[in-house]
Design a protein around this ligand. Sequence first.
Ligand code: FAD
Ligand code: MLT
Ligand code: ZN
Length: 471
Amino acid sequence: MTADLIGRLRQVVGPAAVLTDPADLAGYVSDWRAAYAGTAAAVVRPGRTEEVAAVVARCAEAGVAVVPQGGNTGLCGGAVPDRSGRQVVLSLTRMRRVRDLDVANQTITVEAGAVLRSVQEAAAAAGQLFPLSLGAEGSCTIGGNLATNAGGTGVLRYGTMRDLTLGLEVVLPDGRIWNGLRGLRKDNTGYDLKQLFIGSEGTLGVITAAVLKLFPAVRSRATAWVALPNPQAAVELIGVLRELAGDRLTGFEIMSRQSVEFVLRHVTGARDPLGDRQPWYALVELSDTLPAAGLDEVIESALGEAFEKGVVVDGVVAAGPAQAAALWALREGISEAQNHEGPSLKHDVSVPVSRIPAFVARTDRALEEAVPGIRIVTYGHIGDGNLHYNLSKPEGSDDAEFRARAATLARVIYDSAGAFDGSISAEHGLGQAKREIIADYKDGHELELMRGLKRLFDPRGLMNPGKVLPG
Ligand code: FAD
Ligand code: MLT
Ligand code: ZN
């Protein structure tokens, strides 16, 4: 049966685009951190939407499950096949064309396998901005960004992928093509289907193309690195900046000292911008479409006001783009740096911004009680209420012993987020990592409606099974 199917898939996409040799499959059947691993009957790499549709239809006829995959940078195992060896990984990475760029309509239409950075570059070449920005932007794809409703560092100003999308083209689980590639900002013709596919992590269909929003290019920026006594100070500083800078407040990231220590230890060339060690830091970015917008003055007066209130302890405003990039490298290096310290137990939670200080105090206390000496790497998009609560083992302790506590520690963080009306996944999704535990944190009716939608779109359960929904 599988051999027949592979023959048919080769007829659809050509022999070179169907991989079955274990050496060729290796990069597609586990994630980059080797946190999730499976096997596959084949990896198929179609080059056009019609080929995606034919691949999905052939798999459906054979009763074989399909796992859509983009850049495979996801952090919850959503793009990794199971261990049965029967699933087909459908990689979109050959589909990377910009189909259209309409400056007057402020839209770009791209295929799902386009790497995020290439879309940013295509927009920039037309004097426009595509504002989604995240650490993996050199490898993650637009399809993966859509399927996970990616966030990143520009959400404060521009929103998540959900907010940045006007239309989609999707191959449905039976192989039909839904052409919803509309570039409309207003369209009240019934249910908004595209929003169901955004964030569905490949469980409802394969996204093949999208119409995305563009914005005017940014022509001036001001970036500052600020030391703070505690998370409450960060929340207050956001308030001061909002008042003085309004919409020009584009990014506000927070990092605990522990996060920065790991970067200073492991990232070549990283340097502490301030002399003294401080418990918390914020990276602040203002931006404007005007070339001489006086942003340095705005950021300096905001920081001055915050300093007088005791909110800011110390800080530095970047003297130019190179210094700004060095400050951002301290922030973007955390994820990678933490991998050098043993297992990194990742948690990606959100609570209302106003409740962050109490949430952090309670969560840190509970984690330290559970594992004395645990190294808590808290950082992230605090302006969106989103913290990455990543955990490293106590110095010198055993990797396996720490890993064995992963489920208990996750519960500590998720229970705390729940107590503050938060979410156990702010931006990375559920994938296979959180598909069971979500049942304890989501309303039963909501899960039942989600199951109903899954049955409607994918009655045979062949589209990325074992992800998102509890078994
Ligand atoms: P993949 O990993 O290939 O897939 C992710 C999910 O989407 C899977 O469930 C897969 O089945 C599904 N999928 C992929 N393509 C399609 C498609 N065409 N149609 C249907 N389903 C599809 N994420 C954030 O949100 N914010 C961050 O700040 C952030 N920072 C990161 C930093 C680093 C260093 C790394 C490694 C990751 C980071 N991520 C972040 C996570 C990750 O980059 C995002 O989730 C990204 O959107 C995944 O894109 P991808 O193309 O790699 O998708
Ligand atoms: C980030 O914002 O750096 C990532 O989403 C967090 C992570 O890699 O854990
Ligand atoms: Zn993030």
